[in-house]
Design a protein around this ligand. Sequence first.
Ligand code: FAD
Length: 469
Amino acid sequence: RPSIVWLRRDLRLADHPALDAAVAAGGPVIPVFIHDESVATLGAAPEWRLGLSIDALGHALEEIGSRLILRRGAALEVLRALVAETGAGAVHWSRLYDPAAIARDKAVKSALRKDGIAAHSHAGHVMFEPWAVETGTGGFYRVYSPMWRAVKDREVPTPLGAPARIPAPETWPASDVLDDWRMGIAMRRGANVCLPHQRVGEAAAMERLHTFTTGAIADYREARNFPALDATSTLSENLTYGEISPRQCWQAGQRALLEGARGAEHWLKELVWREFAYHLMYHTPEILTRNWRRDWDGFGWSGDATRPEVIAWKQGCTGVRLVDAAMREMYVTGKMHNRARMIVASYLTKHLMTDWRVGLDWFADCLTDWDPASNAMGWQWVAGCGPDAAPYFRIFNPETQLEKFDPEGVYANRWIAEGQARPGPLALAYFDAVPHSWALDPKSPYPAPVVDLAEGRQAALAAYEARNF
Ligand code: FAD
């Protein structure tokens, strides 16, 4: 009997235990992607980028004689219909760990089993599943460093290869046409501005992994701090859709470490930050929506996203060069350098005294590497209310950061056109990307600061001190 592989955030062929299990069963395999509520609720950029990933996987499957069946609707209904149409006896998928996916998958599993269908979930999206790492007293890690120490020497199984062949059914069930899903509809800048900045699909991700782990990883520890440099792996967009597996990254990083690459251990540590974020989300799902430290409830942040200074933040027009460069980088490329993420998040939550959820939502709309766990952990970390968070009073000074990490202004000039006689293509691309309603013009003078940095800092500190933690 055929087996169905229900693909979600695991859009690859190699190192894919769910796909392997379906192939190993010996019958035909029907890969399916379902456009359900989890897709309908994505932000504009991640939805658009997911569409590219689905397209790439469809082509990769066709190359080995298989197909990707596309269906829209509630997952259980779609799977039941496919089982009825194909006579499938089993459904396999890779586990996800956000609360909505967990609830859906549990319901699907028990309903299918009641129908007499074998339903199997598999590991794959993280290296260490959230229940597989425990503190000495049996709980989960709330602090990163001990978690790193607990896992760094663990045996991580060697990644699996891609199946050479995926047995096809005699007749394929009907499939939607991807274009009809219009996954780029909310992302008007997708195809014309953002596309050249995406590296889509498994083959491209593996190539980048190889280039990075045999090259830039050596200087990663220091160079990763400089947003103008191409010094990090930029694999987050591939990891988030599962175009590459964390185990493949881990293995390549370990190899670089053995070969003496100085920055390799630091890079492996970043992969464990991702795992840490997943563990936190699994054990404390409220991290996605509420202050992780509840004593922050009632702090004087404003949740009003329509304040002019918040709009200026979104538009990259705060008058603070490093903040504006970063916000524009995200709008054009769908990505933002990690240091820049920390700086813009600090500026929003501290200088502008804005609730971190306002920033979290904007990132969820604009990032092509949007990941629920890492985004929430990142925002709560910077805001000061999260696990193992930066102390609130450590407020990034965007001017000092600019002097230290972009001393020649390469990054700022790359993204800010105003005031330049001959702005470069990326700085101008931003003006092509933004909606007309923002009424921005590269020939305008560069905006004046929306808040005085020293005053913003003082106001944030005063609010913090008045909190009486
Ligand atoms: P590299 O430096 O090459 O690191 C390798 C991998 O490790 C990354 O691809 C990523 O999977 C993981 N990683 C690195 N840093 C972190 C981190 N701080 N937390 C968790 N995982 C990490 N990352 C996302 O993938 N999606 C998000 O939506 C996201 N939102 C963020 C929001 C804020 C406010 C902050 C401060 C950070 C956020 N991050 C997010 C984490 C980090 O900025 C990105 O993972 C990183 O910039 C991706 O670039 P890279 O692939 O070149 O990373």
